[in-house]
Design a protein around this ligand. Structure first.
Ligand code: 2AL
Length: 171
């Protein structure tokens, strides 16, 4: 494990409850998840922490999804401010080419259609995906039933959260 990552784990294990909460809060806006992770300190290593964090995401349902979505900007829209969450989001969406106006328009139309159909913002793990890949996924998911779509959106939320956690402890 890199020294910096080890130091972050020490900070998380040994910091006050508030310091530990603040460290992982930008991963997802689901307080029960962050609180349970903090309450189970100390962790032997980052792998153990990540494993428990992943297990805890399996409890999430529609309520958690809607809560967490409040902290995620739409695909193709830049996150506001320079907080940790906004920085994560900008990094994740960095492969979406906002200079491509046809793509930007298609994403905006797809987002609007999705919100009309499912009543919430379209969520996808953007890291590792181009804007075109995301658009293809958006169009595919528009054909899902509401139950199928909730399952897919929750899986995407899990992936985003665990990648962010990896990012926190890689620093
Ligand atoms: C996001 C976001 O901000 N980061 C990411 O991976 N996906 N937003 C979204 N609506 O899917």
């Amino acid at each position: 494990m890199a020294l910096a990552a080890k130091n972050t784990l020490i900070e998380f294990n040994d910091g006050s409850e508030n310091e530990a909460l603040n460290l992982i809060a930008p991963c997802v806006a689901i307080p029960a998840w962050t609180e349970k992770l903090v309450a189970a300190r100390p962790y032997l290593n980052v792998h153990v922490l990540q494993h428990y964090a992943s297990q805890l995401t399996l409890d999430w349902g529609g309520e958690e999804l809607n809560h967490a979505l409040a902290a995620h900007p739409r695909i193709g829209e830049k996150a506001q401010g320079d907080g940790k969450e906004a920085l994560f989001s900008k990094g994740e969406q960095s492969a979406v080419d906002t200079q491509n106006s046809a793509l930007t328009l298609a994403l905006a139309q797809g987002n609007a259609e999705y919100e009309e159909r499912f009543g919430r913002v379209f969520l996808i793990r953007a890291k590792g995906r181009s804007g075109e890949d995301i658009l293809t996924e958006l169009h595919r998911r528009l054909n899902n039933s509401p139950a199928q779509e909730e399952t897919e959106a929750l899986e995407q939320l899990r992936q985003i959260t665990l990648l962010r956690l990896e990012g926190v402890f890689a620093q």
